[in-house]
Design a protein around this ligand. Structure first.
Ligand code: MF3
Ligand code: CO
Length: 239
């Protein structure tokens, strides 16, 4: 899991370095796929439920599951969420960051700050003896303290030999509720945050999830392991 996580994190960082004005999300996806394959891994999102890309790239009001496209070209002021999954030696690493393209608005800076902080508030709760609801509650509380809402319908998940395993890790919930966390569990925590309303739509391409009001959204994700001690972030560029 650490090796797969490391590869996913390196691929995500690579995507971030290439996320500059003028590049298309198709080109970004190609760079990421070639890197992951060069390290002996592959991209399990390709073909997952028919998904046409290797990974997901979502710009501005696009929250998640953006399909790589030659027609989606980054421009100064955009924010882009790169959601990268790598499989290596039978295990999955899943992580997401939202990157700035050039100079972005203060609103974009702020939603990025709150979303990333919410991820770490969730991770702090990922300790043995706590419950999934403790993670959900910590994320929700931080997101709402910024005046934002976690998006409806989508959540984090167990991760391991499969990309999506039990349990669900909701971004809203009650402390003290849900499955108990035990050492050895590995989960993906992924706050998906909208500027105003929690409502989302899926576009006609059947994948891209957008805010219904067209306002900005943001997404950060790590795969983590529950241990006897502090949570271990698996999706780091080096361990
Ligand atoms: N990476 C996403 C997640 O965090 C899943 C991508 S959906 C797919 O769970 F269709 F692209 F695979
Ligand atoms: Co995920």
């Amino acid at each position: 899991m650490m090796k797969a996580g490391e590869l996913a994190a390196q691929a995500l960082a690579l995507a971030g370095r290439h996320a500059v004005a003028g590049i298309s999300t198709w080109e970004l996806d190609k760079i990421v796929d070639e890197f992951i394959r060069s390290k002996g891994g592959h991209c399990p999102c390709k073909g997952y439920g028919g998904f046409p890309g290797h990974n997901c790239y979502s710009i501005n009001e696009e929250l998640i599951h953006g399909i790589p496209s030659k027609r989606k070209i980054l421009k100064d002021g955009d924010i882009i969420s790169c959601d990268i999954v790598a499989e290596l030696d039978g295990f999955m690493g899943d992580n997401t960051k939202t990157f700035k393209v050039g100079t972005v608005s203060p609103e974009a800076e702020r939603i990025m700050k709150f979303t990333e902080e919410a991820l770490y508030k969730g991770i702090e709760q990922a300790v043995a003896g706590n419950r999934i609801g403790d993670i959900s509650h910590a994320i929700q509380a931080h997101v709402e303290s910024g005046g934002y809402r976690c998006a409806e319908k989508f959540c984090g998940h167990g991760v391991g030999r499969e990309m999506h395993e039990d349990p669900e890790v909701a971004n809203e919930g009650k402390a003290g509720h849900g499955p108990r966390l035990v050492p050895g569990m590995t989960i993906a925590i992924e706050p998906m945050v909208n500027s105003h309303s929690r409502k989302v739509n899926v576009l006609n391409d059947k994948w891209t999830v957008v805010t219904t009001d067209g306002s900005l959204s943001c997404h950060f994700e790590h795969s983590i392991a529950i241990t006897d001690g502090a949570p271990v972030i698996l999706t780091l560029e080096s361990h």
